[in-house]
Design a protein around this ligand. Structure first.
Ligand code: SF4
Length: 388
């Protein structure tokens, strides 16, 4: 038998009944996080964007590094793209970093270099949706706005025993309205964070919820029905990911390695990458391909297969270390204007620039898709470090 709420009024009454239990539980159980210790709007905003696809424990490290370099809106607005991406390296979804900078530029231009304390204005900024706007407004400014993400939807729908389809925008919107009506005016940020925290640590997404540790167990319809595997309902199936085959080259010219910028549109737009082809080449084919482009290939070493999963696509890669021999242009090392293949070495792969491995690691952000092949530079760095 389904034990659920009959209508939205009953649902809302149940949510209201849970408020104090949730706040008391949050007071005792919240995790200590740097952006919670000091919930400046700027910190809340940065941390919420970082948390969108990454676990709290991992974000803590990135957050501290980011804030140390870019402590306020003005610094973020003025940062170079290379440093921004370097600080973002490992978090993926680089569009989020780009949008942070774009939003910071607007804040400098229109809002005196501060995060605006207005839900609707926040919502109008690049990269800020209703969840982030609600989180910044409620946690950073104490405004009574909802912050509904997947965690909150799961907790609330389980509490109500509701079989609403949470992939529908209308279901999320309705819950936002319900929370806006009842959110405690004296502690809106804590209420939102209590729901998020409960969803992350107790009413968990994968596996059995830890109901015995839940402060609203006595109110929860799903606890009584046992239907935690059916709730929340998420009808919209995920699209199958496309599989793309690729060959990745680690081009080594004496002690420098080739990287280049991707096009400004599409996947990983404008980021640095290891050059390659959009098909899978055997070692002989790969060598011939590079020779045809004018490279004097001395040696080819297979670096093995690797896979990287994006939200909508998988790269299935095979990699080669291509030793291009001596470097006659050492004096220009590190200056992309002089070492672009097309200018200095004939045709080559357009846009490739050669840098020392240590310099690539320190200054340039290569997306984690290339992690398996980046090891070549790390190896060089380790070798250098061990010499001292
Ligand atoms: Fe989730 Fe269990 Fe708490 Fe209900 S009682 S909200 S199912 S953890």
């Amino acid at each position: 038998m389904r034990i659920g709420m009959k209508n939205g009024m009953e649902e809302e009454a149940l949510y209201r009944a849970g408020i104090d239990y949730l706040l008391d539980w949050y007071d005792l159980n919240q995790r200590i996080l740097p952006w919670r210790q000091n919930p400046k709007p700027y910190y809340v905003w940065i941390s919420e964007i970082m948390l969108q696809q990454t676990r709290v424990e991992a974000v803590r490290r990135y957050f501290e590094r980011f804030i140390a370099k870019l402590p306020e809106v003005g610094a973020l607005a003025a940062v170079s793209e290379d440093l921004l991406f370097k600080l973002w390296e490992g978090l993926g979804y680089y569009t989020r970093a780009r949008n942070l900078k774009k939003a910071a530029e607007i804040m400098v231009r229109d809002y005196g270099g501060e995060v605006p304390g207005d839900y609707k204005i926040l919502l109008s900024l690049p990269g800020i949706g209703s969840y982030t706007a609600g989180a910044v407004a409620s946690i950073g400014f104490g405004l009574p706005e909802p912050a509904v993400d997947g965690n909150v939807l799961r907790v609330m729908k389980r509490m109500a025993g509701s079989f609403d389809d949470i992939s529908k925008a209308s279901v999320k919107k309705r819950l936002e309205e319900q929370i806006r009506d009842m959110i405690p005016k004296d502690r809106p940020g804590d209420y939102n964070q209590a729901l998020m925290e409960l969803g992350a640590t107790v009413c968990i997404p994968n596996g059995k919820p830890l109901c015995e540790a839940c402060p609203v167990m006595h109110l929860c319809r799903t606890f009584y029905s046992g239907a935690w595997q059916q709730i929340p309902v998420k009808a919209a199936g995920k699209k199958e990911r496309q599989i793309r085959e690729r060959t990745v080259f680690v081009l080594k010219r004496e002690d420098r390695y080739g990287i280049r910028k991707r096009e400004e549109k599409g996947l990983l737009a404008g980021l640095w990458e290891l050059p390659g082809t959009e098909n899978r080449l055997g070692i002989e084919e790969a060598g011939n391909y590079l020779k045809k482009l004018g490279y004097a290939v001395k040696d080819m070493t297979p670096l093995g297969e690797a896979k990287h999963i994006f939200s909508h696509m998988e790269w299935h890669m095979t990699g080669y270390l291509a030793d291009l021999g001596e470097d006659e242009k050492t004096e220009s090392a590190g200056n992309p204007e002089f070492v672009k293949d097309s200018e200095a070495y004939g045709e080559g792969i357009p846009g490739v620039c050669f840098f020392h491995g240590e310099e690539i690691i320190r200054k340039y952000s290569l997306p984690s898709a290339f992690d398996a092949y980046k090891k070549q530079f790390l190896k060089e760095k380790d070798d250098q470090d061990s010499e001292f």
